[in-house]
Design a protein around this ligand. Structure first.
Ligand code: SF4
Length: 489
């Protein structure tokens, strides 16, 4: 996928003006946010489990070399093969070699963000191999030739009518010529089309939610069962996973699973949780003859020991983006690469560079809701601030912004001058805006007034108002607060 993160502002403008996208994004609140809050409230030990999940991942990251070696040994002891891919290009080459070796012409795939990260589908198509996405959301966007816009609901930006139109256009060759209106009918039709493709596929590719070091197993979580058909029906199963997916034991994996489903979809457990340990053994009724795991680094090991190491705890639940006011306003495509929302704002600069993705850490109000809901307690706002610092240090911000920040810093270090300036500014703006109570345009505030009015100050600075009126006894609570706990000051 060609990154367009550097065009973030243009992407945002397009997204804000797209009425169908805005209608689709409104589903997030009822679909994910409320369900997650209810699931968390129903489990008294949920907060303790989050602590444990954080600690498990921290432990693995502190001993990654040991667990990678153990995992590899256990996979090989059970007849599987492990391939190391330092870069995305290495991973693509390994997978294409495996596909050619098995004579593959079609490959079924279950949803995997890491295969989006390495742009696997394009690479397969370029060598004449057809990848077939089997997760319903991924299948829809594959038909639409679009990238995913959410890490667990890749087609969340599509309306029901758009999906019906896509199916009508692409399913005619399978004898499906009726325009469908009900989601259940669309699911049934997609299932009928995909069933034969599972049976015809020469190779199946999945990701992995977790890699279990003590047994060499992979764990896959879906709500559609498509990963099970993808891995069990073809002769060869190839798993692609980032090196950070490791957990030490099955016991640890069960802790992670308890927070994953609740954080992602508000379910106690996903409909299908599958453990795969090596290829088919004597006596097994089904399963692949051949089992390969491609372990991808692609910049991850470079994050260890830096201020971005905590990001490697991410279990791709999507909760941070579901609760993010910026993601909810602009959707996933605006972020311009594979990973959107707060986790993308941290991970994308680490993987493709701050020069390309420097806008993303700025796409935050720092409300802190992402960190509040993250099941592994990743301090996303702190890391976005760290990227902003790097961006500033490297001189990547616009000159006007740098001058503005420098000027603000000068005054901030001189409290008396700062108070004088804010008093004067508040008084002047208060007087100028007295008529309307707001400004339609204001010099140096074009970024704000270009899309909304700027409320006029009442005429006093905050400090002056505080001194005159005394400390307020209670702060008002916004309607968005309270679903996941209180916000920090
Ligand atoms: S950063 Fe946290 S909340 Fe966001 S996807 Fe990763 S684990 Fe989930």
């Amino acid at each position: 996928m060609q990154a367009t993160s550097h065009q973030f502002k243009d992407n945002v403008k397009r997204a804000m003006g797209d009425a169908e996208l805005q209608a689709s994004l409104s589903k997030i609140k009822n679909g994910f946010v409320h369900k997650r809050a209810a699931a968390a409230a129903a489990l008294p030990e949920f907060e303790t489990l989050r602590d444990e999940a954080r600690d498990i991942k921290n432990h693995v990251l502190g001993h990654l070399d040991i667990y990678l070696e153990r995992f590899t040994a256990e996979v090989e002891a059970r007849g599987g093969h492990v391939h190391w891919a330092p870069t995305a290009a290495d991973a693509r080459r390994i997978i294409i070699d495996l596909a050619r070796d098995s004579g593959a012409r079609t490959i079924t795939k279950s949803k995997s963000m890491v295969t989006e990260e390495i742009a696997l589908n394009d690479a397969l198509e370029q060598v004449g191999i057809e990848p077939i996405e089997t997760d319903l959301g991924e299948y829809i966007i594959q038909l639409a030739k679009e990238p995913p816009s959410h890490i667990i609901a890749p087609a969340i930006h599509k309306t029901k009518e758009q999906v019906a139109e896509l199916f009508l256009r692409h399913h005619g060759r399978y004898g499906k010529t009726q325009r469908l209106t009900e989601p259940t009918d669309m699911v049934r039709e997609a299932r009928e089309v995909l069933r034969q493709k599972y049976l015809d596929a020469d190779m199946g590719i999945t990701g992995a939610n977790f890699l279990v070091a003590e047994t060499g197993s992979i764990i896959l979580v879906t709500n559609e069962g498509n990963a099970d058909l993808t891995l069990a029906l073809p002769k060869r199963h190839v798993v692609v996973a980032g090196i950070e997916k490791l957990v030490p034991t099955l016991e640890d994996a069960s802790t992670m699973l308890r927070v994953l489903a609740r954080s992602a979809t508000g379910q106690e457990f996903s409909s299908y949780t599958t453990l795969v340990t090596g290829p088919k053994r004597d006596g097994d009724l089904d399963g692949p003859d051949d089992f390969h795991i491609v372990l991808l680094d692609n910049g991850r090991s470079g994050m260890i020991g830096t201020e971005f190491q905590d990001m490697l705890r991410c279990i791709r639940c999507g909760a941070c983006m579901n609760h993010c006011p910026v993601y909810n306003a602009v959707g996933g495509h605006a972020y311009g690469w594979v990973y959107p929302g707060p986790m993308g704002a941290v991970l994308t600069p680490a993987l493709i560079g701050v020069d390309e993705a420097g806008h993303l850490p700025n796409a935050s109000t720092f409300c802190g809701r992402c960190e509040q809901v993250c099941p592994v307690r990743i301090p996303l706002p702190r890391m976005m601030r760290a990227w902003r610092t790097r961006e500033f240090e490297r001189g990547l911000n616009p000159t006007g912004q740098r001058w503005g920040l420098g000027l603000w810093a000068w005054f901030a270090r001189r409290p008396r001058a700062y108070r004088l300036l804010s008093r004067t500014g508040a008084a002047v703006l208060g007087r100028l805006g007295r008529g309307n109570g707001r400004f339609r345009r204001l010099p140096l505030a074009g970024g704000w007034t270009g899309v909304r009015d700027l409320p006029a100050p009442e005429g006093r600075s905050f400090v002056a108002a505080w001194k005159a009126d005394g400390r307020p006894t209670a702060m008002p609570v916004s309607p968005t607060q309270g679903t996941t706990g209180s916000t920090k000051p």
